[in-house]
Design a protein around this ligand. Structure first.
Ligand code: MG
Length: 221
């Protein structure tokens, strides 16, 4: 089946609403933010092009998770600090369509679990508000702890929020987070969002989705 623009043109979102009406299984959604909801990478690469590497191609896409590997000539810690403290970090662009997102949020509770430092929590909130996304709660957690020993994993957060009897739907673009959820909460349904830097990762425990529309189709049918 083809996804992408045709998904909306064909009105499948409307069909999805009909499916929602007959929904008997309750679900709760735990969604990653960077690389799933907001385009962190695109904005970060733009920042590097404008401030540091002016000949970086316009269609440049990150090939690895490790920025120090990707941009060996830069002091990535300094770049990161400047980037996350810039206004740009509160204006990351959407990777999802806000209408379908907000429709989904009227049917199921949506929890964002984002892997950023505590110092950037309010910037992240501002960014989500800027796009008028309706969600239940925003939490910080993930496999990268920014040197903070008590920084929680995504499974830690989900275990606290989970309502027994409800299906856990988890979406992330980092294989480590997906593997952790499947290991710690094996009953959950885990989706990995395709990104250039995770295409080589393979694991039978997740379902790969191409984009937001693909994910929607998977969870409403
Ligand atoms: Mg991510």
């Amino acid at each position: 089946m083809a996804y992408g623009r045709g998904f909306y043109q064909n009105g499948i979102i409307e069909d999805a609403n009909i499916i929602f009406k007959g929904e008997s299984v309750m679900k709760e959604l735990y969604l990653d933010v960077d690389g799933v909801i907001l385009d962190f990478e695109g904005s970060f690469v733009d920042f590097i092009r404008e401030e540091y590497i002016t000949d970086l191609p316009l269609d440049y896409s990150l090939q690895t998770w490790e920025m120090t590997e990707e941009f060996k000539s830069l002091d990535i810690e300094e770049v990161w600090e400047r980037f996350v403290n810039s206004d740009r970090f509160t204006r990351l662009e959407l990777l999802v369509d806000s209408d379908s997102f907000n429709k989904l949020s009227t049917k199921f509770p949506i929890y964002f679990i984002t892997n950023i430092p505590l110092a950037q929590f309010s910037s992240r909130e501002q960014n989500l508000k800027y796009h008028n996304l309706n969600y239940k709660e925003l939490h910080l957690a993930g496999h990268f702890n920014f040197g903070e020993e008590d920084y929680p994993s995504k499974a830690d957060v989900i275990k606290k929020l989970h309502n027994p009897g409800t299906d856990i739907i988890f979406l992330d673009d980092h294989p480590k987070n997906c593997m952790e959820i499947k290991r710690e909460l094996p009953e959950s349904k885990v989706y990995l969002m395709n990104r250039p830097h995770n295409l080589k990762a393979s694991d039978p425990s997740w379902v790969r989705v191409e984009n937001w529309n693909d994910f929607l189709e998977q969870i409403v049918s």
